[in-house]
Design a protein around this ligand. Sequence first.
Ligand SMILES: C[S@@+](CC[C@H](N)C(=O)[O-])C[C@H]1O[C@@H](n2cnc3c(N)ncnc32)[C@H](O)[C@@H]1O
Length: 308
Amino acid sequence: MVCGQECPHYEMNERAEFHRPVLVKELIELLRPEAGQVIVDLTIGGGGHAEAILEAMGGQARLIGIDRDPEAIRFAGERLSRFGAAVQLIHGRFSRLPEHLDQLGIEKADRIYADLGVSARQLESAERGFSFMREGPLDMRMDQSEGEPASKILQELSAQDLEKIFREYGEERFSRRVAKAIERKRKQGLKLGRTRELAGLVEAEVRSGQRIHPATRIFQALRIYVNEEIQELRQGLKGAAERLEAKGRMAVISYHSLEDREVKQFFRAGEKAGELGILTKKPLVPAETELRSNPRSRSAKLRAAERI
Ligand SMILES: C[S@@+](CC[C@H](N)C(=O)[O-])C[C@H]1O[C@@H](n2cnc3c(N)ncnc32)[C@H](O)[C@@H]1O
């Protein structure tokens, strides 16, 4: 699956806000949150899932929301302000969940969930550089205060390394061609600093022949690399399982086959070790009605497990 431009999470409404969380009903049914519990949203984004969960609980919870994007923290903070002290938001990576919980004096949580990937707000902000359709600086960092922008990666990595990234994270058939084309540009002393420059280069090299834009996979691969998304997920799953109460539940919504595989394997290993019970033998996917009303949800997969 490819998340690319059609990321499922939100749709801009008239007030230029974002809100289109996916699989909301399914997530709540699987998590079965109960009044008074400690709930952790590892990817608060625009706060859509968190709001639905808090509403379902009549606000009777302690909800910790994490996001590495300061803009998401600001936005979710406003949206969830009516729940007052029930909500605490943390700017940071979810791979550091144990440290975040320690800082709040929380030993264990009853429910922990993540809705991976990027938000539509991130995708649709030209200046963030996530989108090949919007002219902007080739940045792609979810948190611009750390790491290297995508343009620097393209400038510094060898053609071989770039090829590997495009193949592993984008499953792009034309990875070598694109990597070589980038190398040629560099040899000519040209920089790829803008989204449309990279998109143009990719369009010339990739025959997609599919319903997706030729640059979708390359942009997705770069984003995953820039934000270390697979490493984050591995570490995040580990921390979440460690900090889950007995009988506590965790759930992950993913949009990429690599992510879904990580989650599936983590849950299976946990089951084998007698630490987790899998609640979803097969991942839940959006129902026809959701797909029709929000076609962007089509790649979403939800898996959940319970701590034994
Ligand atoms: C799909 S959106 C979440 C949408 C949210 N569920 C809602 O209903 O509005 C994903 C969010 O996860 C954040 N994110 C991705 N990886 C992260 C990580 N490793 N640590 C913290 N936040 C992360 C992104 O910045 C983005 O805001």
